[in-house]
Design a protein around this ligand. Sequence first.
Ligand code: ASP
Ligand code: MG
Length: 310
Amino acid sequence: MEATLMGSLRDHHRKSELEVALKLNGSIRLKMAQFLQERGFVEIPPVIYSTATDPLNHPVYDPSFDYEGTRYSITKSMIFHKQILVQQFPKIYSFSPNVRLEMPEKAKTGRHLLEFTQLDLEMLDATREDAIRLGEDLFCDVIKHVKEKHSKDLESIERTISVPSKPFRRIKYMDAMKQYGDDFESILSREAKEPFWIIDIPLEAREFYDRESDTEKGILNDMDLIYPEGFCEALSGGEREYKIERILERVRAKNQSPEQFEWFIEEARSGLRLSAGFGIGIERLLRYICGYKRIEDTHPFPKIPGQKSV
Ligand code: ASP
Ligand code: MG
């Protein structure tokens, strides 16, 4: 017989783990919104489906449908919407639900849900440096808040976390790769005691929209934040390509077509300014804060790769 939700919640352990995760979920979202609004960010509503969504840089199934003769995809990230809207509203964020139908083997990582929420934000006339600084401040504030307001909750799940010192360490992608090989992210994450940045990710490893360095060919002005203790990727972000010729060149280099992103490309033709931002996965952040082995313990209705869900 399949396990029911009520059945699995009668397991006292899972119920108390989920309870803490849900309590922290509400609390950190409030904290993040407050942090951003104090800095002049405007919250924008999430986009659930649209004609152009994040192509991602790894294979996933594409949930899409037709409506009145137009093809739509469910949002994989709001990257294009935020890059366009930030031109009018210079600091924006959204708690954005995303659907990424990952391949079944991703279940092994303990950090992939097919449906998740990311705090996605973008700043106009900003550089990667600005995004990194904001990310560090935001992360440290959230951890400080959790320690101050939720020490009992952390105690109840036997979790200890600390506020990292700023600035976080930075490691260049190619250096990490040379030293540790393909699996560098997990190796470095397991060794680390504090979060750190992987920067200068090469073009092949990222989507077309991250901006290529003006001085180093094939290297992007972008970054990932990696959690310590083996929890791996926390956020991805960077500067964006904003000149139409470069956008088109990058789309072509990925063997993608401008038609796939028609709405975005049309907007970009009218001229964009540089922006930078990032997206941080909420369930992954909760998993790290709570120290859970599996991301599904942060969610009452987890969608696990390769598994049937309600
Ligand atoms: N939201 C983007 C993503 O999901 C991250 C970013 O802002 O670059 O890849
Ligand atoms: Mg991305």
